[in-house]
Write a protein that binds this ligand. Sequence first.
Ligand code: UDP
Length: 258
Amino acid sequence: MPLVIKDEYPEKLFRKDGKRLDGRDLDELRPIKMEVGVIKNADGSAYLEWGNNKVYAAVYGPREVHPHHLSKPDRGILRVFYRMATFSVFDRKRPAPGRREKEISMIVSDCLEPILFLELYPGTSFEVFIEVMDADGGTRCASTTVAALALADAGIPMKSLVSAIAVGKIDGKRVVDLSGIEDKAGEADFPIAITWYNEEISLLQFDGDMDLDEMNDFLEKAKVALSKIHQIQLDTLKSKYLLAQGELTNEKEIEGEN
Ligand code: UDP
């Protein structure tokens, strides 16, 4: 029986009808679904399905710092742990965290730190655990987005949310929201995050070739896409409170009837 290599790159990343391999237009996002309050033991949590990516984030804090020597007397600390489950990708992924996971943990932490008021929590820590259950390109962006949502779900004072997306170039065309195969077989991958309270870029990585005009165009495309993602984050948070409000109103009505 021939060996099946699932990750073999296709020759072309566009179909005959001009659509991308998964049927999307150039600027089209993959389907996105978010939920908060999914892990009951955590102070705050969120789940994100973004195309085939499935990512959980759980937040604990403010709480005592372990190990103690990491604690800072004048501010809280933020620790982010990004992990990809061993079954989340086709290749065998080693269970121990590798360099890539450490790098992404640091990136996500750098994106989240500016939105928190860590100076209000001396001697404590906020810990964000991110578990990628299924990975298909853009997991650092998905992780940043879902982690911000989990922090908000924990009720931690924040300046704003942060949202992230990867734009890039495939078969010479500029596209938004690269899938796994587009990330690997394309020419350029450009993950970007925005902190919304000041609209500053908190993540900008780049892998590939581009000139300045292309870069400006990529930034514009990313901004449009990021606004859509931000809106989904806000709607997800609001829906939790609307649901709670609805339940409260129902309870009051029942009490009034009795
Ligand atoms: N990937 C993989 N095995 C690994 C790491 C990554 O198959 O050990 C896949 C996974 O689908 C991931 C994609 O490659 O989403 C792109 O990985 P990259 O390091 O560019 O980070 P990401 O795009 O996920 O932020």
